[in-house]
Design a protein. Structure first.
Length: 134
């Protein structure tokens, strides 16, 4: 379903902006919604900010920084998708059903897997440097 055909309250495209450009606006609106309404999303952002500050303080290599950035993006993207899936299921599955609960739990599990991976990456990159600080 395209934004134009959806029954959402989105404004029509401005004549000067292409549908592609408008889609970026919708994406930023989705990120803003997650930031405003999802506690876990904000927790992940704080953890990401701390990792970035630590990366600069410990002077990680460009490749290590790229791995951190990809890991951060993975966690935030999965958390955003999890929030979107939960909102969709909550809107459609009335009353809540067992399959709806399984879908929400599996989506949350995907975020947990990525968050645990991010801890492994953090230990691998920061651990040796922090152990040498004395």
């Amino acid at each position: 379903m395209t934004p134009e055909s959806a029954s959402s309250p989105r404004a029509p495209h401005h004549p000067r902006f292409s549908p592609l450009l408008a889609s970026f606006g919708y994406a930023f609106q989705g990120i803003a919604w997650a930031a405003r309404t999802q506690r876990n999303w904000r927790i992940h952002v704080v953890a990401a900010a701390l990792a970035i500050v630590l990366a600069f303080a410990l002077r990680v290599s460009p490749v290590e920084f790229a791995v951190l950035a990809l890991t951060i993006a993975l966690v935030l993207a999965l958390e955003t998708m999890n929030s979107a899936l939960e909102a969709t299921i909550d809107a459609l599955a009335q009353p809540p059903s067992e399959p709806a609960r399984h879908a929400k739990d599996a989506a949350a599990g995907s975020v947990l897997i990525a968050a645990l991976l991010s801890l492994v990456v953090a230990v691998a990159i920061f651990g040796p440097r922090l152990l040498n600080l004395h």
